[in-house]
Ligand binder design. Structure first.
Ligand SMILES: [Zn+2]
Length: 292
């Protein structure tokens, strides 16, 4: 499943490629699962909109849309005369529409040439005025497409949150710190790999109750989370699944995991074998010597 650094990388790639382009028309497949908003709402919200920007919010990709797109291609004008004129007036900046994409397990957003073969499991195609197409492909259909206004993630953004806020998120929680890190209502977008790596760098065992951590522990964890995520973003996200960037190219370097996936291998610091335990159904990896 793509984690925050991968989604950040994809959002940046998409921003580079499609910002300023106009969505002329939208095709949606017949499978209902990928559509979190009604199909008609998705189509009417996206069509004739200019893509003002693309960014990551939590683990979502958000396309900020604005009016001002040329309405449609000449062919479409012939088929639906007057449709563009029927559009509502430009909304104020506070009500700008957004297209929100969650990639789920296997979702990909491709910027494709129209002549490129449409892959199996393509659930949405947005035709752009540049002549290219944005295609959403997702074999396992855990990904979600929706349209909304003023999208916000449920939790705090791990790369923007202030230390005091970070500390207050975990204070008094009786759950293991690993579970708390994965709780998307607290921090938005920290997944299993980066939680394990952050806890290792902070020297904290994943099973420790969040409430037992001192402010100093939480300060180290705060710095570790940001460090790990920034390093992974700098590398373009780590790639562990069948996952490609928005150009359709595989090309991610893997952050060297210090504990994740290294069960029984020697700790890179002290050579003690890395342990794996299951916490709330998720594999957790740690060094029994370096982490307290
Ligand atoms: Zn160690």
């Amino acid at each position: 499943m793509p984690e925050l650094p991968e989604v950040e990388t994809i959002a940046r790639g998409l921003a580079r490629r499609v910002t300023g382009d106009v969505i002329e028309s939208v095709w949606l497949g017949s499978k209902p699962e990928p559509l979190k908003s009604p199909a008609a709402d998705i189509v009417s919200t996206l069509e004739a909109k200019r893509i003002a920007g693309v960014r990551r919010v939590g683990k979502h990709i958000v396309f900020d849309l604005e009016n001002g797109g040329r309405a449609s291609s000449p062919v479409r004008k012939e088929r639906w005369p007057g449709r563009a004129r029927a559009k509502t007036p430009a909304p104020t900046s506070s009500t700008k529409a957004q297209w929100v994409v969650h990639l789920g397990m296997t979702g990909r957003m491709l910027v494709s040439d129209p002549s490129a073969e449409v892959e199996k499991h393509t659930h949405a195609i947005a035709k752009l005025s540049s002549g290219r197409e944005l295609r959403f492909v997702d074999p396992r259909r855990f990904g979600r497409l929706s349209v909304t206004h003023g999208f916000q993630a449920a939790g705090s953004e791990p790369l923007d949150v202030q230390l005091d806020r970070f500390v207050s998120l975990f204070r008094g929680r009786k759950t293991p710190i690993k579970s708390a890190l994965l709780n998307q209502k607290l921090l938005s977008g920290v997944g299993n790999i980066y939680a394990d790596e952050s806890l290792f760098r902070a020297g904290i065992r994943p099973r420790r109750r969040a409430a037992s951590l001192t402010r100093e522990d939480l300060r180290r964890l705060y710095l570790a989370v940001q460090e790990v995520l920034k390093e992974a973003i700098a590398l373009g996200g780590s790639s562990i699944s069948d996952y490609v960037d928005s150009n359709g190219e595989e090309g991610f370097f893997q952050l060297q995991h210090r504990v994740y996936g290294r069960e029984k291998e020697p700790c890179l610091v002290c050579k003690t074998p890395i342990k794996r335990v299951v916490i709330a159904g998720r594999s957790s990896h740690y060094c029994p010597r370096c982490q307290k």
